[in-house]
Design a protein around this ligand. Structure first.
Ligand SMILES: Cc1cc2nc3c(=O)[nH]c(=O)nc-3n(C[C@H](O)[C@H](O)[C@H](O)COP(=O)(O)OP(=O)(O)OC[C@H]3O[C@@H](n4cnc5c(N)ncnc54)[C@H](O)[C@@H]3O)c2cc1C
Length: 467
């Protein structure tokens, strides 16, 4: 990594109001406030806990949710292979040396260095800071499709995964009970919009769950189930080499999933799904997995964002042109120096992956410490290691440092890699137990009976549906 000329030799904490209930140290340590306790926020806070000297700085982490969600396991939660709570890492008990505040950041007044936070009971508070890190992640990238907000289920949160699981189980029960042929057909039709990793993994698990449930419901025939994967581009999972892409399409088609390429959903009003290729059918369950954009909070703070709603940063992860403000993860447009050619004047931006988020958080921790200690900053540079995806039990695809893998080896790699990346030993143990139980016994087909709702009915931190 190269050094950056930016130095903060004369760092002085800004005068600030104490945290509620805080006995104010004298003189006060500089306060680093982190918005978002996901991949970036959790990794960053853990690093700072280990590396900060006693009294060197106070770290406050603000998250609307009390836990971090390990999103790569959401498909397995939806499919019932992993218990939902086991992919959530509780922030307060994991971060012993960090002040955790459960509340939603609503606004930033950077001139006064104050963050505005709304607590779960609706009360608001101002939180003063010396350095602010914005890592609130992303939200589903929606489009102007009639009926989308009310009918589709997103696929970015734990609630989404549970809602999808519930939708599959309750629709199959309805199909088994109803005497109305049209209702039955709609209940047995499942659509996933978006053929990236998220959409493909969601479809594979959804299909596995639906088929194994249907086999156990008298009166249901798995041949009646309809699965449609709709993708705008000419390929699914474009990150894969074309041979692996073809393998994935063949696997999906072989298990009864129709893959529609170069196709768009044009409407889904009242569950009537209309596609750009002229196809129309009723489907009670539609999953929207057509990409993400930066959290809407980022566009509200008065700084320029890129077309994907992300704050532009320098390679040092400082927000471009703004001192004491940092960003990383899905909500940051970070130049991908490792992907840039030698003659590139402008590097491409890092993709929205956990792989980048975790590594950016480590560089960010280093640069925050450098700022406190008046040292040089380093630039973020990470060569993409590749990607792995599960396609249901014992099947997967992967490309690791250019080496393609498929079938059982790729599936095993998927599990081993994500287990290694899962924060805390306690969560790893629980996940291994869940996998063992799922392999030994029958699949758990209990519905959580959640309130039904589409993208517009979300109550969590990422509920905001961008215009
Ligand atoms: C289904 C799915 C599967 C995925 N699989 C993979 C994979 O296999 N490999 C991979 O590399 N990547 C994968 N990703 C992408 C990866 O999860 C993201 O890139 C990563 O989560 C980004 O980290 P982050 O810290 O920026 O955001 P997040 O991890 O999303 O964390 C953001 C945090 O901010 C909080 N927050 C949001 N708004 C506010 C607010 N206003 N105030 C306070 N807190 C707020 C949220 O509650 C959340 O905890 C997947 C994503 C999804 C959705």
């Amino acid at each position: 990594m190269t050094s950056n000329p930016t130095r903060h030799r004369t760092f002085r904490p800004a005068p600030r109001r104490p945290f509620p209930g805080e006995r104010r140290p004298s003189p006060p340590a500089p306060r680093i406030v982190v918005v978002g306790g996901g991949f970036v926020g959790l990794t960053l806070a853990r690093r700072l806990e280990r590396r900060l000297r006693r009294g060197e700085a106070e770290v406050v982490l603000v998250d609307a949710s009390p836990s971090m969600t390990y999103q790569p396991f959401l498909a397995e939660v939806a499919g019932g292979r992993i218990e939902a709570r086991h992919v959530a890492v509780p922030l307060r008990t994991t971060l012993r040396g960090t002040r955790v505040l459960t509340g939603r950041a609503t606004a930033v007044n950077h001139d006064q260095r104050r963050l505005h936070v709304t607590l779960p009971d609706g009360t608001t508070m101002g939180l003063d800071y010396d350095e602010l890190v914005l890592a609130p992640g992303s939200v589903s990238r929606t489009q102007a499709v009639p009926g989308l907000a009310g009918h589709a289920i997103g696929f970015t949160t734990l609630a989404d995964a549970l809602r999808l699981r519930d939708a599959v189980l309750t629709r199959l029960a309805l199909a088994a009970d109803t005497e109305d042929v049209e209702r039955r057909r709609a209940a047995l039709a499942f659509v996933v919009v978006g053929g990236g990793y998220t959409g493909v993994e969601a479809m594979a698990e959804l299909q596995d769950l639906a088929r194994s449930t249907a086999r156990r419901y008298p009166g249901l025939d798995t041949g009646e189930l309809r699965f449609e994967l709709v993708e705008t581009d000419a390929e699914i999972m474009p990150e894969l080499p074309s041979r692996l892409g073809a393998y994935t399409r063949a696997r999906l088609a072989g298990s009864g999933i129709t893959v529609r390429l170069k196709t768009q959903v044009t409407s889904m009003v009242d569950g009537l799904v209309e596609l750009s290729d002229g196809e129309r059918f009723r489907a009670d369950t539609v999953v929207w997995a057509a990409g993400v954009r930066g959290n809407p909070l980022l566009a509200r703070i008065g700084l320029p964002v890129d077309p994907r709603g992300r704050l532009r940063t320098r390679p040092t992860l400082q927000v471009d042109g703004v001192a004491h403000l940092w960003a990383a993860g899905d909500g940051a447009a970070v130049p991908d120096l490792a992907a840039a050619g030698p003659a590139d004047v402008s590097a491409p931006m890092c993709g929205a992956t956990a792989q980048h988020a975790v590594r950016q958080a480590k560089v960010l921790a280093r640069n925050l410490l450098a700022t406190l200690r008046g040292r040089d900053l380093v630039e973020y540079r990470h060569r993409d290691a590749g990607s792995v995806a599960g396609l249901g039990l014992h099947r997967g695809v992967a490309r690791i440092y250019g080496v393609p893998l498929r079938g059982l080896p790729a599936w095993l790699l998927h599990r081993v890699y994500h287990l290694a990346m899962m924060p805390t030993w306690g969560r790893k143990e629980r996940i291994v137990l869940d996998w063992t139980a799922a392999l030994l016994g029958r699949r758990d087909l209990t519905a959580a009976d959640l309130v039904p709702g589409g993208l517009a009915a979300r109550t969590d931190a990422r509920a905001e549906v961008p215009a």
